[in-house]
Design a protein around this ligand. Structure first.
Ligand code: CUA
Length: 338
């Protein structure tokens, strides 16, 4: 029988192994969302527990392999015979006593970490309400009050920040892998968690509970910055943008206020006060559009306005009939909002 020529070359198991290795290495390369590169108090505890369990699993694997090797060798000896008492003793120690000790230790350490994660040592000076929507994060600062943004959470370095979690629709889960384990957002309930990191930087967060078609594009960026920069950002975000608009940006603002944009979105200091979609008062400085769906540049923002369904199908924003004349002015205005 002749072999199918298409089946030549690399065998399937090797192909699968290669794909597995590539995915694993790809995961390593994406530092911003790796639980094994913990930077926050909560995530460091989770990482510690993970490594402990990993090395225990490695030790158990090695032990089982050694016992298997020993059994194979022993069985081939002439007149191999096992005494009942020896077998029962071995099973009692390796099969009962050791696993019991390991499980009780890991359980105890897990309880210790759960207890430590329940509340930070110092009472947080910053409290933020984070509200989950299909499929974006509304972020409202309660203390210091006033700043509202979306898909972005600024925190001061070295201080715990209280995060109160609610959902506007279905169940979501708030997860910043490098900073904190998951906390669910449950309808009719306010759940609390807290974050603290000593290292300034950007930490990608991801909705961790399947919440519909665009669950994957429900990302949020945590920006940890020194206290002075955080204070400046909160104060600037809490008041209307102060930049002087160019003539084109002024026209863009008029387009924004008279079109359907204003009925769904808010821009502070304008007549746009909609609350269906994200507050756009600082859209010009955000890390992405569509909660991680596309980079925040003029091209993608233009594409998003005209028909966001081609970028993130199923999101709540219908295609917008903005004329080719108005679009550049509108984009210029939106990009000036920082
Ligand atoms: Cu929200 Cu998944």
């Amino acid at each position: 029988m002749r072999r199918d020529p298409s089946r030549r070359g690399i065998r399937t198991p090797w192909r699968l192994a290669a794909v597995g290795c590539m995915l694993t290495l790809g995961g390593c390369a994406h530092h911003q969302q790796s639980t094994l590169q913990a930077s926050g108090d909560g995530a460091q505890r989770v990482e510690g527990l993970w490594w402990l369990m990993f090395w225990i699993a490695m030790a158990v694997f090695a032990e089982v392999m050694l016992l298997l090797g020993w059994a194979l060798w022993w069985r081939r000896r002439p007149r191999a015979k096992i005494r009942g008492g020896d077998a029962i003793g071995g099973i009692a120690v390796l099969g009962v006593v050791v696993p019991f000790a390991v499980l009780v230790t890991v359980y105890g350490l897990g309880l210790r970490d759960l207890n430590a994660l329940a509340a930070p040592r110092q009472d947080p000076a910053v409290t933020v309400d984070v509200i989950g929507h299909q499929w974006w994060w509304e972020v409202r600062y309660a203390h210091p009050a006033g700043a509202v943004t979306a898909n972005e959470l600024h925190i001061p370095v070295g201080e715990p920040v209280r995060v109160r979690l609610r959902t506007a629709d279905v169940q979501h889960s708030f997860w910043v892998p490098q900073l904190m384990p998951k906390t669910d957002l449950i309808a009719g309930k306010v759940n609390q968690t807290w974050l603290r990191t000593a290292t300034p930087g950007q930490y990608r967060a991801q909705c961790a509970e399947y919440c519909g078609k665009q669950h994957a594009f429900m990302a949020l960026m945590v920006v940890a910055e020194p206290r002075a920069e955080f204070d400046t950002w909160v104060a600037a975000t809490a008041r209307p943008a102060t930049t002087t608009l160019t003539a084109a940006q002024q026209r863009g603002r008029e387009v924004f206020e008279r079109s359907s944009c204003a009925s769904c979105h808010t821009v502070q200091g304008t007549t746009a006060t909609g609350s269906v979609g994200p507050d756009l008062s600082t859209i010009g400085s955000r890390w992405s559009i569509g909660a991680g769906a596309a980079p925040n540049d003029a091209g993608h923002l233009g594409g998003w306005i005209v028909n966001s369904q081609t970028i993130k199908p199923g999101n709540a924003m219908p295609p917008q009939p903005v004329s080719a004349q108005d679009l550049p002015d509108l984009l210029s205005y939106l990009q000036s909002l920082k």
